[in-house]
Design a binder for this molecule. Structure first.
Ligand code: NI
Length: 227
C-alpha cells in the first residue's frame, strides 16, 4: 500500500506538472530547457513535433522563415493555439552579415509582418540564419537575437539517434537547436521529449526560459544559454 500511495503521489505530481505547463506556468525551481526549431514551417514535421509536445506537456519555439508562413497558416496558428512561441528567422533566410543596414531591417521587419499576418502574433525574438552576425547586424536587428548552446547538427546528420544524443547533453537553461524541416528530426523529438521529461526537465519557450531565469532579453542583444 505504501508503494501504491507513492505511485499515486508521483502520478498526481506528474498530472499537476502537465496541467501547470498547459496553463503556461513554469516552475522556476525545477530545471528547464528551450527546444528551438528553425527553418519551418513544414507541416509534415512541425505537426509531429507538436503532437509529441502535447502528449508529454511541453512547449517549443519555432523560428520561422517569413516567406514560408503564408503557405502553412494552419500549422502556424496551431503553434499559437497550443502555447508555442512563434519567432522570426528573417523573411528569406538571408545571411544578414552580407547585407547593409536597410536590407537587414527589411529582412527582420518583413519576417515579423508575415508571421503576424498568418497568426495574429508579432514575434519578439529573432534567430539569425546561420547565427551569423557582425556589427551592422547587431546595430540593425532591432530585436533580441537568440543563438543556441546545444547544436544537435540534425540538418547535417539527418540521423535521429545522433540528434537525440546531442539534445540529451542539455542542462538547465540550455537552448537546443533543431530544424523542423527534416523527418529524422521529428523521429528524434519523439525520443527527446519523453527522455527530457523523465530527467525532470520542463520544456519551455525561449521567452518563458528567460523570464524564469530573470533575464531581460534586450533588442540588439545576442543570447546563448539562458541561466
Ligand atoms: Ni536557418
Amino acid at each position: 500500500p505504501e508503494e501504491k500511495a507513492a505511485q499515486d503521489a508521483a502520478q498526481a505530481a506528474d498530472a499537476g506538472q502537465a496541467a501547470a505547463q498547459q496553463a503556461g506556468t513554469v516552475d522556476p525551481s525545477r530545471p528547464m530547457v528551450a527546444l528551438t526549431f528553425d527553418d519551418g514551417p513544414q507541416p509534415s514535421v512541425g505537426n509531429r513535433i507538436m503532437d509529441c509536445l502535447a502528449q508529454y506537456g511541453g512547449k517549443a519555439t519555432f523560428f520561422m522563415v517569413g516567406d514560408r508562413v503564408g503557405s502553412y497558416k494552419t500549422e502556424v496558428r496551431r503553434m499559437v493555439a497550443e502555447g508555442h512561441e512563434v519567432a522570426n528567422h528573417t523573411m528569406n533566410h538571408k545571411y544578414l552579415q552580407k547585407l547593409g543596414a536597410a536590407q537587414i531591417q527589411a529582412q527582420v521587419n518583413q519576417g515579423n509582418d508575415a508571421i503576424q499576418a498568418a497568426c495574429g502574433v508579432r514575434p519578439t525574438l529573432l534567430r539569425l540564419p546561420g547565427g551569423n552576425h557582425n556589427a551592422t547586424v547587431m546595430a540593425n536587428a532591432g530585436m533580441p537575437m537568440i543563438q543556441w548552446n546545444v547544436d544537435t547538427l540534425d540538418w547535417k546528420t539527418r540521423n535521429a539517434q545522433s540528434t537525440y544524443e546531442a539534445a540529451m547533453t542539455a542542462q538547465d537553461g540550455d537552448v537546443i537547436l533543431m530544424h523542423d524541416i527534416h523527418g529524422p528530426t521529428a523521429d528524434a523529438v519523439d525520443m527527446i521529449v519523453p527522455a527530457l521529461k523523465a530527467k525532470g526537465f520542463q520544456m519551455v519557450t525561449v521567452s518563458e526560459l528567460a523570464a524564469a531565469k530573470g533575464i531581460n532579453l534586450e533588442n540588439g542583444g545576442a543570447y546563448g544559454a539562458l541561466r
